[in-house]
Design a protein around this ligand. Structure first.
Ligand SMILES: [Zn+2]
Length: 173
């Protein structure tokens, strides 16, 4: 079988095959004694789909530029947002996170990934609105999305760009 994009293949002492794309290229990690051809055929469509997505994100990330902001400036900016002022009972924390831009916990604490210091203010504001909304709606349900969409009609673009920024920040080092 021919692949437009062949993943980099590693063999490890593991039970199940898995895929990673840390380097910006798809890497297939296989148990030592599996048949590579069989796996590649079984996951062919999925691999092509993932690769296309990665390529799109890398292309997009190349068009995005970072804000030159310090961590203190990030904290200041977040504090000044009207959304933050409105929720002055919510504690906002900053720390480096490996899997997401922000999170919201039950005890009224919102944690923001300190890497967000490089994001445009509008993207940052969007991330905060998303987390503040979690104070009342936990799930990403239709209502949740509708409310955000009213406030951010360009939400789909924002989500894509945030994904692009994630690629840019996490793959460029
Ligand atoms: Zn969420």
């Amino acid at each position: 079988m021919n692949f437009d994009v062949t993943p980099i293949i590693h063999r490890r002492n593991i039970l199940y095959p898995r895929l990673e794309f840390r380097t910006g290229r798809l890497e297939l990690i296989l148990p030592i004694d599996t048949d590579e051809t069989e796996i590649l055929e079984k996951y062919h469509d999925w691999i092509i789909e993932k690769n296309t997505f990665i390529q799109e994100m890398l292309d997009l990330s190349a068009t995005l530029s970072f804000e030159n902001r310090t961590k203190d400036e990030l904290i200041h900016l977040v504090k000044e947002f009207p959304e933050t002022r409105k929720h002055d009972d919510v504690q906002i924390k900053f720390r480096k996170m490996n899997t997401k831009w922000a999170s919201c916990s039950n005890n009224k604490t919102i944690t923001i990934n300190s890497l967000a210091q490089y994001l445009p203010a509008y993207h940052l504001k969007y991330i905060l609105s998303h987390e503040f909304l979690h104070l009342t709606i936990r799930q990403h349900n239709t209502l949740f999305k509708d409310i955000l969409l009213q406030q951010y009609p360009d939400m789909e673009r924002l989500e894509r760009e945030l994904c692009g920024y994630w690629f840019k920040l996490n793959l460029s080092r």
